[in-house]
Design a protein around this ligand. Structure first.
Ligand code: HEC
Length: 116
């Protein structure tokens, strides 16, 4: 898992909940794949930029790591780009797995489909 190239990603939707604001980002090719109902390219990052009361708190990142439909990795990065090593990333996977396989395990899949 590599830190995502944030400047190359598109902000496709925002989720707000109380003091939490989450910006969801991915790259243009991935958005085109999602719209076409195809798997995103290997190496694709999907990023949740988490702000608490307008302060950057963390980056939650999903990365497509292989051809298989289940080939996704999850990681948590601090604002300085370092990995939060003690985070149990199995939790990320098990919760995202409940989202449908054919939706790239993304909760905000339909937002990505609708993003122009
Ligand atoms: C208990 C369930 C749960 C867990 C655990 C969880 N997520 Fe999520 N994740 C969600 C939901 C729901 C969303 C949609 C945004 C929202 O509602 O806040 C989301 C959104 C995301 C997104 C934006 C793309 C998408 O799927 O919509 C990424 C990237 C992401 N999470 C990564 C992670 C990482 C990395 C971890 C572990 C450190 C993690 N998540 C743990 C439920 C979870």
């Amino acid at each position: 898992m590599t830190f995502p190239p944030l400047e190359q990603l598109e902000h496709y939707t925002t989720v707000r909940r109380g003091v939490t604001r989450e910006h969801m980002l991915t790259n243009r090719t991935a958005l085109d794949s999602i719209k076409a109902g195809q798997s995103v390219p290997i190496g694709t990052h999907v990023v949740l930029v988490d702000y608490q009361s307008d302060v950057l708190e963390r980056y939650l990142v999903a990365q497509k790591t292989g051809d298989g439909i289940d080939d996704w990795q999850y990681q948590w990065f601090r604002p300085d780009g370092s990995i939060k090593a003690d985070e149990n990333v199995e939790r990320c996977y098990s919760c995202h797995q409940r989202s449908r396989q054919d939706r790239q395990f993304m909760f905000t899949y339909s937002d990505a489909v609708e993003f122009e």
